[in-house]
Design a protein around this ligand. Structure first.
Ligand code: CA
Length: 500
C-alpha cells in the first residue's frame, strides 16, 4: 500500500503517535508563519512547527462555529450528517462512529485534555479531563469521568501541564492519540498575567475593512450583531475583571488595566474613535492569548523531545475555525468570508512532510478523521465525507483532489444574528446563498478581483457563465453529500431539538 512507502521513518517500528494541539478561534492572521501583512504577532514556537512540517494555506471549515467543527473532526462528517448543527441546542451523539473510537479499537491509547464543548460526555477516550462548557481562563474547574477537578493557574498552562503529565505517565507499549485542546483564544480573550502589556502599548495596524459599509452585498451581511461598534461587552473590553481570577491575581490585572480603563472612561470616545479603542484593546488581549498558545506549543514540542518520541509522533496544530480580527468591523466567526472560513493547519510528520513546505490545495476539517485513520492503517468507514491528506502531506497533489468545498452555517438568530447560509468555495470564487424567513439572497465573491471580499459579482453579466457553473457545482455537492433537504427547524438553534 502506498502509505508504507510514503512514511518510512515513522512506519518502520509501529504506527506513529498523534498529538493534536487544537485551539478555539485561533486565526491565521495572528500567526507569523501565516500573517496577512499586518505583522500582528511573532509566534516563534508555531513558526518552528511550520519550519519542521507542512503549512496548509487553505484549510477550510464546513460550518464556522465551535461545537459543529469539533463534531465534524470526530466523525469525518458534515453537520447535517452528524447531527451537531449549532452551539445552542445540540448534544453530540457519542454513540456515533468517531476516529478516536476506531483508533482505540486498533490498539491506540487515547486521551482528550482541555476544551470539549459537545455537551455529552466524551466517548472513545481512555482518559479525558475537560473544561465544562466554554470553561474559564483563570483557575478553571474541569471534569473527569470520576468527577470535578479544580486547577490553579491560567487555562492554557493548565491544559499543557496536564497534557505533558499524561505523556509522562502514558502506557509506553502502545501508540497514542493525545488531543490537547485549548480554550484560547476564544472570547473573552483574557490574557495570562505574564503577557499583560506584552505589546508596549503599540498601536496595532487596522485592517482595511475595519469600517466596512457592507454596500453591494446582501442585507444578511449588514444586519449582523457581531461588530466592534455594537456588540462589545464590558467583559470583552476588560472594563471588568474575568471570572475565576483571585484577589492576588487581580492586583496584577488591575496594575495593567485600571489606569488604561481610567483613561478610556475620562476620554469617553464615541463613533469611530470608540471602535478604534475597542480594536486596540481586542488586539492586545486576543494576541496575548495567542502568545500563551505559542508558549504551550513550544512546551509540547520540547516534551516530545524530552520523551524521545519526536521522531515517532505526528504533530498537528489547528483550530475549530478562523476568526475576524476587525475585518469587516467584526470579531467572531460564522461567515463564509475568508477570515472565519480558513483555519490554521500545520502538520509535522517526520519522514513524510518536507520541512518548511506548504500546500495550497483546499483541505478541510472533514479530512482529519480519514487522515488519522489512514495513519494508523485503520480502514476509513463508509459514510465519512473527507479524504485522507497523506498524498498532500507527502508532497504530491493528486489530479482528482477536490477543487471545491461545500459550506453550510445554521445558527440564527442568537447570538450575533448571522443568517443561515450555504455555499460552494473554490480557489478563486465563492457562491453563497443566504436563506431564512426574511432573506433569500445570492452572492458571488471573486477573491482575485476583490481579495477583501467587499462586493458581490452575482448580478454582473460578465460572471454569467461562472455563476451557472458554480450553481451546478453547489447542486452537485449538496446531492453528493446528502444535504438537499431543508434543515430541521431546530438546526438553527432557536427552538429545542424535540425530535432527538
Ligand atoms: Ca471556536
Amino acid at each position: 500500500m502506498a502509505l508504507v512507502a510514503l512514511s518510512p521513518t515513522v512506519a518502520a517500528a509501529r504506527e506513529p503517535n498523534i498529538l493534536l494541539i487544537f485551539c478555539d478561534d485561533l486565526t491565521c492572521q495572528a500567526l507569523s508563519c501565516y500573517g496577512d501583512g499586518r505583522r500582528l504577532l511573532d509566534t516563534p514556537s508555531i513558526d518552528r512547527l511550520a519550519k519542521e512540517g507542512m503549512r496548509f494555506d487553505r484549510c477550510l471549515v464546513t460550518n464556522s462555529i465551535c461545537g459543529p467543527s469539533r463534531a465534524t473532526i470526530l466523525t469525518g462528517k458534515y453537520s447535517h450528517a452528524n447531527g451537531f448543527y449549532n452551539n445552542s441546542n445540540c448534544r453530540f451523539d457519542g454513540a456515533q462512529t468517531t476516529f478516536p473510537k476506531l483508533l482505540q479499537d486498533a490498539g491506540y491509547q487515547t486521551a482528550l485534555i482541555g476544551k470539549w464543548h459537545l455537551v455529552s460526555e466524551p466517548t472513545g477516550f481512555d482518559h479525558w479531563e475537560i473544561l465544562p462548557g466554554q470553561g474559564i481562563y483563570y483557575n478553571p474547574p474541569m471534569l473527569t469521568a470520576a468527577g470535578k477537578t479544580q486547577h490553579r493557574g491560567y487555562v492554557t498552562d493548565v491544559i499543557t501541564d496536564l497534557s505533558i503529565a499524561w505523556l509522562a505517565n502514558r502506557d509506553r507499549t502502545k501508540p497514542f492519540l493525545l488531543m490537547s485542546q485549548h480554550k484560547a483564544p476564544h472570547r473573552e480573550w483574557s490574557p495570562p498575567l505574564r503577557h499583560l502589556g506584552w505589546d508596549g502599548d503599540r498601536v496595532h495596524p487596522e485592517p482595511a475593512t475595519l469600517f466596512d459599509d457592507y454596500a453591494g452585498r446582501s442585507r444578511a451581511v449588514s444586519d449582523h450583531d457581531m461588530g466592534l461598534d455594537r456588540t462589545f461587552t464590558e467583559l470583552d473590553a476588560k472594563l471588568r475583571p474575568p471570572p475565576g481570577i483571585t484577589a492576588e491575581e487581580l492586583v496584577t490585572w488591575n496594575a495593567y488595566y485600571a489606569p488604561r480603563n481610567d483613561a478610556f472612561r475620562a476620554a469617553r470616545p464615541s463613533g469611530r474613535d470608540l471602535v478604534r479603542w475597542r480594536y486596540q484593546r481586542y488586539m492586545h488581549d486576543y494576541l496575548a492569548c495567542v502568545k500563551a498558545v505559542d508558549d504551550a506549543v513550544g512546551r509540547m514540542l520540547d516534551s516530545l523531545e524530552a520523551e524521545g518520541i519526536a521522531d515517532e509522533t505526528v504533530v498537528i496544530l489547528s483550530s475549530d475555525q478562523g476568526f475576524f480580527l476587525g475585518e469587516h468591523g467584526w470579531f467572531d466567526k460564522r461567515w463564509i468570508f475568508e477570515e472565519s472560513l480558513r483555519t490554521p493547519l500545520i502538520v509535522r510528520w517526520p519522514g513524510l512532510t518536507e520541512p518548511g513546505s506548504s500546500c495550497a490545495r483546499i483541505v478541510s476539517l472533514v479530512d482529519f478523521a480519514p487522515t488519522f485513520l489512514a495513519l494508523a492503517r485503520v480502514p476509513v468507514p463508509e459514510g465519512m465525507q473527507g479524504r485522507a491528506l497523506q498524498p498532500l502531506l507527502a508532497g504530491h497533489s493528486p489530479d482528482d483532489w477536490r477543487t471545491s468545498l461545500y459550506y453550510h452555517y445554521y445558527e440564527y438568530p442568537v447570538p450575533h444574528r448571522v443568517r443561515p447560509h450555504r455555499g460552494v468555495v473554490t480557489d478563486r470564487y465563492k457562491l453563497v446563498h443566504y436563506y431564512g424567513p426574511d432573506v433569500d439572497d445570492w452572492e458571488l465573491l471573486d477573491r482575485e478581483a476583490d481579495p477583501l471580499e467587499t462586493r458581490s459579482f452575482h448580478d454582473d453579466p460578465a460572471y454569467a457563465d461562472r455563476l451557472r457553473d458554480l450553481r451546478a457545482e453547489l447542486d452537485r455537492l449538496r446531492h453528493d453529500l446528502g444535504d438537499t433537504a431543508d434543515p430541521p427547524r431546530a438546526a438553527f438553534g432557536d427552538k429545542p431539538f424535540t425530535e432527538r
